[in-house]
Design a protein around this ligand. Structure first.
Ligand SMILES: [Fe+2]
Ligand SMILES: [Fe+2]
Length: 208
């Protein structure tokens, strides 16, 4: 898939109206992404609530949350070729599990289709799946909102414990969830290098 052509087509067929929630909803509908279409507004509401609670800009949190999964309009099988065509770097773990690339594609669409230029918002989108070694409060809010309002149906198995860890603060909640991701229950397909960096930074032992 040629990245430039793909972007031009999207800019023509899914041109933003300025109402971001509606635009993102229409984008997912146009690409038959029903599960993500339902997941994203839930994440945006939760990100807004966490942001209020932990003194993060709720508007920035909502924008990042609305855009965090827009890269998912591309199928996993097509992601590596598309990223290559767009000049986006691919690490070996992303070759093995191409869906991990959706976050990089989301950043690209946030910038090129929706005109987002705020570096903090783009970073929160980029690291919403894996986090990284030095997350900002906005990164943590979007990361945890995505996990609290997951897209796997029903209530996540960790929901009550994560909620209770958050009573000790945003960092404590993040630490708890990174620990859960290192546990066998998480059944990670592969630990992304950014997640490994987050584990190291938070003093969490990585699984073998
Ligand atoms: Fe995602
Ligand atoms: Fe998500």
């Amino acid at each position: 898939m040629d990245g430039a052509e793909w972007l031009t087509t999207l800019q023509r067929t899914c041109a933003p109206s300025g109402e971001l929630a509606a635009d993102v909803d229409a984008l997912f509908a146009a690409h038959s992404r029903g599960i993500t279409r339902e997941h994203v507004p839930r994440v945006a509401r939760e990100a807004g609530r966490l942001a209020q609670r932990f003194d993060v800009d709720p508007h920035h949190a909502e924008i990042a949350a609305l855009l965090h999964d827009v890269g998912g309009i591309v199928s996993g099988a097509k992601m590596p070729a598309l990223c290559e065509s767009l000049g986006l770097p691919i690490v070996p773990e992303e070759r093995q599990v191409p869906m991990l690339l959706h976050a990089k594609l989301s950043v690209m669409l946030a910038r090129e289709l929706y005109g987002v230029t705020d570096a903090g918002i783009l970073q929160a989108i980029r690291f919403h799946t894996t986090l990284h070694a030095q997350p900002t409060p906005l990164d943590m809010v979007v990361f945890l909102a995505d996990k609290l309002e997951w897209d796997q149906g029903g209530v996540p198995p960790y929901h009550a414990q994560l909620w209770s860890a958050l009573e000790q603060g945003l960092e404590a909640g993040t630490h708890w969830f990174l620990g859960w991701m290192a546990s066998p229950q998480a059944r990670l397909l592969i630990p992304h290098p950014d997640l490994r960096a987050a584990w190291r930074a938070f003093g969490i032992s990585a699984p073998d």
